[in-house]
Design a protein around this ligand. Structure first.
Ligand code: COA
Length: 324
């Protein structure tokens, strides 16, 4: 049986770094509060020339280069995002045009912060039918356009960026199994009202209602429990112990959520990849950015078992096991 394996990874972060000290000048907060409650110290903010599809395209080009595959060889582009450049056409179509993937079909997928795992799962389904396919799965967000910079409860948490993988068929490595979940009844705890992130004007007073709304404490509790269940049920189904996992790459929401998750799963910190301190929560982009960094740092060797888990608005959540 063919599995969907990662052939190359890439990521792209905006140049502008926004520090906690700068946020102190914008809202009533402090570096100490943000660091101790979230572990976040800096985040990246997209500027002109760094629209969602441009970040996504840059990440995709790096992944293609790493995989030694040309854009013309790509059969499918999936962009997981909740901040698309426009509602129509999809961000994925913009990427297709930008990188010259003229033989691909392309579409977006929105499962909030879980979007990347949903995208990989979908790529796996395509590959199992046609193992020769080459699929670009991208997670890309410009959340800074959809954050209320006067709301200290949310604006400290999020950042912009993109990550990508080229996925292709393999008979000895790739996605082993995944478990995906949603519960739409809980949508009011974490939502964003209206679409598209193009031409963000952060000071526009007409943008009320476009911003991320969150009931932080409830989200925190659900996130820990949901990711724990997603991981343990997946490991049980595969008869694999957490000790056999080489690296856990969770959605980078904040270090306190990750700390609780590690405690409950009984996994040591050295086995968990964390970069939320640098980039904040980049939603669908967080897992592929982390995967690219882990890969480029040499944290993954052939045959390693990599475990992913995520949680986000919807609610959506899930887990995935991959043989590297
Ligand atoms: N700076 C200073 N004080 C702040 C603040 C900030 N940036 N944001 C909130 N506060 C204040 C609150 O107003 C509240 O003050 P009050 O007691 O006077 O009303 C106090 O800090 C405690 O707020 P609370 O919301 O209870 O804090 P918390 O310990 O739950 O931490 C979060 C807040 C957002 C960090 C935490 O709930 C969290 O991490 N939630 C999950 C968020 C997340 O990851 N979402 C995305 C999931 S994909």
């Amino acid at each position: 049986m063919h599995r969907a394996a990662v052939l190359g990874t890439g990521s792209c972060l905006p140049e502008r770094i926004l520090t906690n000290n700068e946020l102190e000048q914008m809202v009533d907060t402090s570096d100490e509060w943000i660091s101790s409650r979230t572990g976040i110290r800096t985040r990246r903010i997209a500027g002109s020339g760094e629209q969602n599809y441009q970040l996504a395209s840059s990440a995709a080009c790096k992944a293609l280069e790493a995989a030694d595959i040309s854009a013309a060889e790509v059969d499918l582009i999936i962009v997981a995002t909740m901040t698309p450049h426009m509602i129509m056409p999809s961000c994925a179509c913009f990427v297709q045009a930008e990188i010259g993937a003229e033989n691909a079909f392309a579409f977006d997928l929105n499962a909030a912060c879980s979007g990347y795992l949903y995208g990989l799962d979908l790529a796996d389904k395509y590959i199992s039918g046609r193992p020769e396919m080459k699929v670009l799965v991208i997670g890309s967000e410009t959340l800074s356009a959809r954050v209320n910079w006067q709301d200290r409860n949310t604006c400290i948490l999020f950042g912009d960026g993109a990550g990508a993988c080229v996925i292709g068929g393999s008979d000895h490595r790739g996605i082993v199994d995944s478990r995906l979940f949603s519960d739409g009844r809980l949508w009011k705890l974490l939502y964003m009202d209206s679409p598209a992130s193009r031409n963000p004007d952060l000071s526009d007073p007409d943008r009320k209602g476009c911003f991320i709304q969150m009931t932080g404490r409830d989200v925190f509790k659900y996130a820990v429990r949901a990711m724990e269940n997603a991981v343990t049920s997946l490991l049980d189904r595969q008869h694999i112990s957490i000790d056999e996992v080489t690296l856990l790459i969770p959605h980078q929401a904040n270090v306190r959520i990750l700390g609780k998750l590690m405690d409950r799963l009984g996994v040591e910190q050295e086995k968990v990849f964390i970069n939320v301190d640098k980039y904040g929560n980049t939603s669908a982009a967080s897992i592929p950015i982390a995967l690219d960094e882990a890969n480029r740092q040499g944290r993954l060797q052939q045959g390693d078992l990599v475990l992913f888990c995520s949680f986000g608005g919807g609610f959506t959540w899930g887990s995935m096991l991959m043989r590297w």
